[in-house]
Design a protein around this ligand. Sequence first.
Ligand SMILES: [Zn+2]
Length: 238
Amino acid sequence: MSVPMKYLIFLSILIASSLSSSFAFANPCEDTRQLKSLWETKYIKLVQNPEALGNGFDRSSMAFKLANAICILEYPGLPKYDGIYYRYYTAMIKTLIINLDSSRVTSGTLASTSSLGVIEIHREFFNYERPDMPFAGTSTILHEARHVELALNNKPNYHVKCTKGILKESNIKACDAEFAARWEIASPRSYEVMFLSKLYEESVYYTTNQAIKASINNTLENYINDVPIEIYQYFYKR
Ligand SMILES: [Zn+2]
């Protein structure tokens, strides 16, 4: 069986990344003091209603968790990937709105794009009982940013009904039809997998590779209908 060229390119990028040197900089995302500084000087400005996050900035606070997710998106991967994440990061960060009223969103929804350029962060985003946190939060921000970008360019990107996974019996359209490894055409969920893959390859200084992998696996198994066997094999052999 021949492997389509587009996946070969994706896999070679991953392998090349894994051979290159690891991060040389300190990890601001795991240092509460540095993260608090980033939050107060930078990230808080992105949030329309930061008071909804409550008080305090310890590791269990919502402000810490949101800052942590943004920090991970911003730092790893940025220097080596032509700033592509930064482009999406800035594209989405017109406004974040904290909406903790979970009665109006599908269970398990971390964030959504409510109108052009506006991303709502939901209660599930702060659920660190999940094994895939904080990385599911980070990749979800990127996912929503991709929706924003597609909308800005008048390219509809609607999710489709899931043909497998936990939502198979549901009519909720929460899945991407297929995995695509090219940035230009990649769906929001493909973005998540590609970002998390890069993080996984370079995350030697994180102690939480299992959480990254859990997030990748959850997306591949439950939210992308057609995943090439090569992609599964790549992650399951690890
Ligand atoms: Zn989506």
